[in-house]
Design a protein around this ligand. Sequence first.
Ligand code: PBG
Length: 298
Amino acid sequence: NDFILPIFLTDGSNIRQEIASMPGVYRYTINRLSQIIDKALVNGIPMVALFPKTKTSLKNEQGSESLNEKNLICRAIIEIKKRYKNQIGIMCDVALDPYTSHGHDGLLKSNYILNDETIKVLIDQSLLQAQMGCDVLAPSDMMDGRIGEIRKALDKNNYQMIQILSYAVKYASSFYGPFRDAVGSKGLLKGDKRNYQMDFRNKNEALREVALDIKEGADMIMVKPGMPYLDIIKGVKENFKIPVIAYQVSGEYSLLTNGINRGLINKKAILESLISFKRAGANAIVTYYADRLSLILK
Ligand code: PBG
């Protein structure tokens, strides 16, 4: 019950495609989604997080496909809600990186992300995903001030019940590599994301970011990556009594899985890693293992 399962989407029909850098994790076309969602339900998973692999031909500088009401994510939300009603929650990223030709989470000018201009697009992306039936919006873009603006826009448009899970503490990390491969932004990314994601040397800034996002209206807080940042999870949980979610990111998943597949470590390492999040104080965990938990726990 404390797990969120990320699912990668791809265009086309009848495809289930393994992600080379994440053995055991697949991209699904919309008509194959029930294959993984049924498994999540059997495992008692309350929510899935959707991530689209957008066709390169649909990407541009502005990431305008993010606002297309027929884009992959919108079609997936509609399909899941039609089939499963409220049996499973849907969480969607708010960020532009699956849609931009440069792979950044926002609008780029002279190698810098434009904070306020990006927020305007994120508000429209949030409203669109809300309109489609998304339950939890998860801004993972790291612009400053976007939680307050998104909350205001949601309330004004009668989406008071939609929750915001803020990626308040997201470090510029090497552990996201396989994810960028999964959503197809890896080869495209120009430079790095240090202009808006956090410096991993900095602990105090994590608390400032969380304080701001709570004040702006966040319902829950994400700390990311997970295992190298257990001290941050603990610090956030102790300082602010708000639900804290840990994200066991793609690089953590790949290292563990490849280590197990090659016989370097025992598969009990998975449970050990998940328990470390609970020990640190995480209320819930986003993990690519969520669809196979009964096997792992056995
Ligand atoms: C992008 C986003 C990223 C992840 C989730 N949303 C990658 C990034 O910031 O480049 C990473 C997840 C993972 O590595 O598992 N907004």
